[in-house]
Ligand binder design. Structure first.
Ligand SMILES: C[S@@+](CC[C@H](N)C(=O)[O-])C[C@H]1O[C@@H](n2cnc3c(N)ncnc32)[C@H](O)[C@@H]1O
Length: 346
């Protein structure tokens, strides 16, 4: 492995990093970038992973982010990379199409760092934070329905369903009821307004997680269709990685990790054969696990970056076998939210 030209390992895209890349050493170790390789960073963010990949080998990176602010912030890094980095604003579920359109496939590696960046969380105007007042927005790409739209449009049962499935919030029904009562008085348009409504029905001891944490997580995941996006990206990676190409995914909560775990476990299992049916049935494994089980951040990193505490990394290597048919992916999602989205209250 050679050090790439023109890209230093320290600061991130567009100036000093505000987002500390999580499990960077482990990501690089599992991705194993090599000279002349082609890598997709599906979650560019502040460019922490991309910069490190470019510095680790004389390779090329196609970096994707759905957030136009992240793409704009990467302009300096594109210049520094001297033709080895291309930045594209898109959803990572489209990474296969983007790579093919740009004549960048097949790939030697795909990395995904799921969730929101510190910049998105810290910017009150983006509406992700229950601690800073801002418009109740939460859209990473500034398009489609916002969190305020969901809170205004879903009926009580749908709201409870979203908060329960995507926030794993046991007070989901009480929260949905409180939201419906509050919006009958006046529209819920601000983050602190919603946090206040939730805090009145979710009981938390001082020092515990903020009572609105799970509700905000649920709305954010629903607004950005994050789980559907993840499933789409895993399937796309399976199609465009070359044999020996690596897939590395870092997740931050159990819903996401379960999807990655189930996908990789399904794709890496040999088809079953038995005494009665010696001819094994089903597609051959399309992945081989590189990390057995999941890898977590070391205590030193967690001490310096609390976000790393919940991070889980899974990694696998593409085999020679063809990609599995897409049809068996629906079961990876906890519930069919796509049908619930867009339904309006009477
Ligand atoms: C945790 S940050 C990535 C940080 C990055 N690894 C770094 O080191 O700076 C996640 C990024 O992924 C982006 N993102 C989330 N979901 C996405 C999706 N479905 N498609 C494309 N980008 C997405 C967010 O906009 C955010 O910038």
């Amino acid at each position: 492995m050679k050090t790439g030209r023109g890209v230093g390992p320290t600061d991130a895209a567009g100036g000093p990093a505000r987002h500390l890349p999580v499990m960077l050493a482990e990501v690089l170790a599992h991705l194993a970038p090599k000279d002349a390789g082609r890598y997709v960073d599906g979650t560019f963010g502040a460019g922490g992973y991309t910069r490190a990949i470019l510095a680790a080998a004389d390779c090329r990176v196609l970096a994707i982010d759905r957030d136009p602010t992240a793409i704009a912030g990467g302009a300096g890094l594109v210049l520094d990379a001297g033709g080895r980095l291309t930045l594209v604003q898109d959803r990572f579920s489209e990474l296969g199409t983007v790579a093919q359109q740009m004549d960048f496939a097949p790939l030697d590696g795909v990395v995904l760092d799921i969730g929101v960046s510190s910049m998105q969380l810290d910017e009150a105007e983006r509406g992700f934070s229950f601690r800073r007042d801002g418009p109740l927005d939460m859209r990473m790409a500034n398009d489609g329905p916002s969190a305020a739209d969901l809170v205004a449009d879903l009926d009580e049962v749908e709201l409870a369903h979203v908060i329960w499935t995507l926030g794993e919030e046991r007070f989901s029904r009480q929260i949905a009821k409180a939201i419906v009562a509050a919006r009958a008085e006046s529209p819920i348009t601000r983050t602190l307004q919603l946090a206040d409504i939730v805090s009145k029905v979710v009981w938390a001891k001082p020092g515990e997680m903020h009572p609105a944490t799970r509700t905000f997580q649920a709305l954010r995941i629903a607004v950005n269709e994050e789980l559907q996006e993840l499933v789409g990206a895993l399937a796309a990676a399976e199609r465009v990685l070359k044999p020996g190409g690596r897939l590395v995914v870092v997740t931050f909560h159990s819903l996401e990790d379960r999807i990655v775990k189930n996908f990789l476990s399904h794709r890496s299992k040999a088809p079953s054969a038995s005494r009665h049916m010696p001819q094994a049935e089903g597609p051959a494994p399309s992945f081989r696990l590189v990390a057995k089980g999941m890898v977590e951040a070391g205590s030193e990193e967690v001490a310096g970056n609390p976000r790393a505490r919940s991070a889980k990394l899974r990694a696998a290597e593409r085999t020679e076998a063809p990609a599995h048919p897409d049809g068996d992916l629906a079961g990876l999602l906890p519930a069919d939210l796509s049908q619930r989205r867009g339904r309006r209250r009477n």
